[in-house]
Ligand binder design. Structure first.
Ligand code: PMP
Length: 314
């Protein structure tokens, strides 16, 4: 077992050792990609006494919506998911930042690739996670792989099978020496990265709309809210490929990505070729918020006591 996985998982109704949370090779989800997942970050606060789960409620609600797309019935509602996330974090008592992965899947061994009538399963596990991307800025390409269309596999659900699309684009980008890919959708408009939403700055802050075959990212929504609070003008509208090259600044955002500058697209420098001022400002504010340093946004955090004091009392 890789050492960054934390010792306990939730698996079909009980807390178990992570290494015993396993499925059969015949599992429908493994064969056909009929599963959905979530990704939630937990940040250790300055006192080291707490892990703050970021926007847990929103993540749980989106996870339920993704599950509903695949007709997966979960044994718990959003509040129940939150309780499991909190208890799992408390049991694992992480000593650093973590990533929580809820996972709902078609657990039957049925041969037919359908949804109704196939048994469901549910799990949650946790791993240590620092930066997903190098924070100094990414060199990306526009992928020749097209973003999967809403009429094929809806990107607004976090559907496991759709991540073949992400994997093809990311792998191809890496093989060409890029850090990441930006995918265009079937209409040729900018969609998102392999695992992150995209913003550009051209006087105003612009992001593709939720109808552009993107995941409805919770960090994207967060950036839109923070931009509003900073008085930055925001547009959710279609973006052409060539606007990427013309942008003053570009950045990815996501649970893994947090806010990560993009400094080149197809080897063309963006703006000065360095992370731009709006990106840096949003990134710094975001990182303060997730660590619980901004009282105004503490309602986005679900604190889980994990420090020495909680161990002594528990
Ligand atoms: N798009 C894709 C394809 C993703 O996998 C992710 C990561 N969950 C995102 C966007 C960002 O979404 P969120 O901010 O909710 O993590």
């Amino acid at each position: 077992m890789p050492s960054h996985f934390l010792p306990e998982a939730y698996f079909n109704g009980a807390f178990v050792r992570f290494e015993s949370a396993n499925v059969s090779v015949a599992t429908h989800a493994l064969q056909y990609g009929t599963a959905v997942f979530g990704g939630i970050r937990g940040y250790r606060d300055a006192s080291a006494e707490r892990i703050n789960l970021f926007r847990l409620d929103e993540h749980c609600r989106r996870f339920l919506r993704s599950a509903a797309l695949l007709k997966i019935r979960l044994p718990v509602d959003a509040a129940g998911l939150q309780r499991i996330a909190v208890e799992l974090t408390a049991r694992n008592a992480p000593t650093g930042d973590v990533y929580l992965r809820p996972f709902a899947y078609k657990a039957g061994f049925d041969l037919t690739p359908t949804l109704d009538g196939v048994e469901d399963g549910f799990a949650m596990y946790q791993l240590a996670l620092g930066d997903y991307y190098a924070p100094r800025g990414l060199s990306v390409c526009v992928s020749s792989w097209q973003r999967v269309s809403d009429l094929a596999i809806p990107a607004r659900g976090k559907i496991s099978g759709a991540y073949v699309n992400s994997a093809l684009a990311k792998d191809d980008a890496a093989a060409q020496g890029f850090d990441e890919a930006i995918l265009l959708n079937v209409r040729g408009k900018v969609s998102e990265g392999s695992a992150a939403n995209l913003f550009l700055v051209r006087g105003v802050l612009v992001s593709p709309p939720t109808t552009a075959d993107i995941l409805e990212g919770i960090t994207r929504r967060t950036v839109l809210e923070l931009a509003g609070a900073l008085g930055l003008a925001v547009q959710e509208r279609e973006i052409d490929r060539s606007e990427l090259y013309a942008a003053d600044e570009l950045f990815f955002c996501g649970t893994g990505a947090q806010i990560t500058p993009i400094v080149a697209v197809d080897r063309r420098p963006i703006g000065t070729g360095e992370p731009g001022p709006t990106t840096v400002r949003l990134r710094q504010w975001f990182l303060q918020i997730v660590r619980g340093e901004v009282s105004e946004y503490r309602h986005w955090l679900t604190p889980v006591p994990v420090g020495a004091a909680s161990r002594a009392s528990g």
